[in-house]
Write a protein that binds this ligand. Sequence first.
Ligand code: HEM
Length: 387
Amino acid sequence: MSAAITTEVGLSESGVCPYRVLRNPDTVREVLHRPQDFSPANALLAVTPLSGRALRVLQKARFALPPVLASNDTGTHAGIRKVVAGFFTPAKVSAMEPRVRALARESAARAAQRLASGGSVDLVQAVAADPPAIVMLEMLGLPVRDVPALKAWSLDSLELFWGWPDEDRQLELAHSAADFYSWLRELVLESVASPENNLFKALARHGLSTPEICSLGYFLLIAGQETTTQLISTTLFRLAEGSRGISWCEAATAPKARDLVRHVLATESSVPTWRRVASQDTELDGQRIRAGEEILLELTGNHGFPWAETAGIETAGTERPGPTPFGLAFGSGIHRCLGAKLAELEAAVVVHETAAALKGVRLRDSNPEWLRLLSFQAPRTVVVAPG
Ligand code: HEM
């Protein structure tokens, strides 16, 4: 069984804050640029210790997350990253723009039709959910199938690893993660044997084992689309709410849609925090850090750590010195997000096309339920009705 599901962080159980919370953007950047002192080995660990019952479900599915990419602090990281980066080069991302726009237009047109017939529409499901998943699978050379299942598995796995589920909920989520992992293993085996080029085949050629490819795929197939869906959801919610100084009409232009997405990335991105662990005794801002100390980095604005109490995290005295530079939303340094350009493009295009197709809408529910996990946030629904 991999460290990722057997080594957990003791949270509220111990009553002791498990993380040193860093909010100053300069300090956050420094940590990200000192990988020899601050390792990403804890980036994908379960926030809530997994119960024996949940672990048994995962073990039965041979679930394992050996460190390969986001949590890999060894010398193999650079080579593996290069293979993945080859699928998301700036040229490949730019070439995808017409496809992203076509998908965004199609879903926005369907939503407009439903509104025209007098109904209300949840923009999360109608326009934010599918385009990022379809585009990601196409760019990786993988078959576009089971998208609704992939979306549901993604949310469940995020909650299992970054949330605070009780034992019963954990068991449900573990079953979902096991189903996802089994589906993924089939896909990996099929893709490695395929005559066509695809990410999994490229990773096998690079020398990765099937469990290593599954581990990478598990992270990437979630991170490569659900985070973008969440960014689009928050942006559309703030647009419909009218709280970001850009009107619905203005967002129907490409530059304003992009400005709005960047504003949300700086103020309340879908990935507001990320983790590191001190790999040796060291110093930071004149303070001693002990080897093994867990660190929570605030990358962008969030909702004042609404989860802090649940997580037993002490945030008093850690006020931010000022607004976050938008540049930290995708991390920094050798693990910086490989999908930053794609995510920004997709979000800007979907917001632009949605604002253009859906004229005169109003937010029907101004206080929706939010997904709020240690490192992920977004409204679960953005329901609009004809204005
Ligand atoms: C709004 C959407 C997204 C946000 C906010 C986001 C954010 C992040 C963050 C904060 C990290 C950790 C960076 C670090 O440790 O320095 C990361 C890593 C990563 N992201 Fe994203 N991401 C998004 C979308 C995507 C997409 C669309 C893809 C791929 C299609 C992707 C692929 C990756 C990969 C592969 C890594 C690990 C890189 C490495 O360890 O070398 N992400 N992302």
